[in-house]
Ligand binder design. Sequence first.
Ligand SMILES: [Ca+2]
Ligand SMILES: [Ca+2]
Ligand SMILES: [Ca+2]
Ligand SMILES: [Ca+2]
Length: 268
Amino acid sequence: MNRTHAAGYSFALLILSTGTQASVLTFLIDGLGNFGSIPQAYGDRIVALDEGIYHYDEQGEGFTPNIEASYTTSGGQDPSHWGTGYGDLVNIYFENNDGNGSGEIVLTADYGYNVVLYSFDMSAYTSVFPSDPTIDAVRVQGCSPIPLFEEINAVISRTTHTTYDFTASPLQAREIRVQFESGNLGGLSDDIAFDNIRFGQVAVDPVDITCPSDYAAPVCVLDFFDVSAFLTRFNAADPGADLNGDGDHNFFDVSIFLSEYTAGCNTD
Ligand SMILES: [Ca+2]
Ligand SMILES: [Ca+2]
Ligand SMILES: [Ca+2]
Ligand SMILES: [Ca+2]
């Protein structure tokens, strides 16, 4: 069976056997008040509506045991929680460092899975804006440098909320970064909220994805850790290192790995 036929087969089986799954980050966390830091564990491997102090929603499709969430701090961000006051949203994520305004929520799938993004909500802090503010950008980034979605000069509701809805054609990648840029608001950059991040997971056959050798974190980047993981799997004749799917482990698999490594693995 050649690679193209194998891809078609497994994709059809996937739809029949697993369907789609979705969890919703509602940011309802027991005991977390205004300005409280969003715990980095919130949203990791969700398997129930209520997991201790963490609460989620679910839209009938099942949960996301193979996805971890994180809230970026590497750019000086302070991912924080707020109760009410952002339009009609309750319990939200906001980026608390005034003037930074680079909010980012990252969803990362295990090897063999993709993240599927269905929708998310945004709003602006009602009392500080006389009208709906415009922010620099709202963006969804996958592994590719080219965004999966981008709206420049996005208008965000201060009275209700603004929904970014991809359910007609969900966005999909090994890792999805949901971002806003509100630095143009200066000291009011923190008055922009994320909420109701609705996402799912889908199993993908590594043979069929663009970058099957992205075994190890960081995802979307091929580095020494992926080389090491490939060699371990290759030496163990693990199916995950049979990159052309022919059942053998030989030069052809090494060749595919090397060409992907050279290409940089950022096209999924
Ligand atoms: Ca996490
Ligand atoms: Ca909420
Ligand atoms: Ca990697
Ligand atoms: Ca092979």
